[in-house]
Design a protein around this ligand. Structure first.
Ligand SMILES: [Zn+2]
Length: 119
C-alpha cells in the first residue's frame, strides 16, 4: 500500500523554509519515498531509503514532525501475531533469518515451529 504523510515543521532552524505544513509525501509500496515541498519554490525529492531517510533528514531533533494519513501496513502486525521463521539461512558469508511469515506456525521450507514471542 501507499502511505501518505505531511511534514509539519515546528521550528525553522535554517531560517529559509518557514514553519507549519511544509511538504507532502508518500511512501511507495517498494519502500522508497517521494516528498513534494510546498512554498514559493516547490520541488520534488525522492529517497531510495524511504521512511528512514525522511526521518533522518527532516525529523532530526524533533523540529519536523511526520504526520501520517494512512495506518502502518498490517503485514508487520500479522507477522508479530503469527511469527516469522527464525531458521538461519546463509547467503554466502552472510547469516540471515528465513523470515517467512508462518502460516499456522509452519514455514514451507523449515516445517513446524513455535513462533517468536510464544515460547
Ligand atoms: Zn523458514
Amino acid at each position: 500500500m501507499i502511505r501518505r504523510f505531511k511534514l509539519v515543521r515546528h521550528a525553522d532552524v535554517s531560517g529559509v523554509s518557514g514553519t507549519g505544513h511544509v511538504a507532502d509525501g508518500v511512501i511507495w509500496p517498494d519502500g522508497t519515498a517521494t516528498v513534494r515541498w510546498r512554498g514559493d519554490h516547490p520541488s520534488t525529492v525522492s529517497w531510495d531509503g524511504g521512511q528512514a531517510s525522511v526521518e533522518h533528514v527532516h525529523g532530526h531533533g524533533g523540529a519536523t514532525e511526520i504526520v501520517w494519513f494512512d495506518p502502518e501496513p498490517s503485514r508487520s502486525e500479522a507477522a508479530d501475531q503469527l511469527g516469522v521463521c527464525d531458521v538461519a539461512v546463509w547467503d554466502g558469508p552472510y547469516r540471515m533469518n528465513c523470515g517467512y511469515v508462518l502460516t499456522n506456525g509452519r514455514c514451507p521450507s523449515h516445517g513446524q515451529q513455535v513462533p517468536r514471542g510464544r515460547l
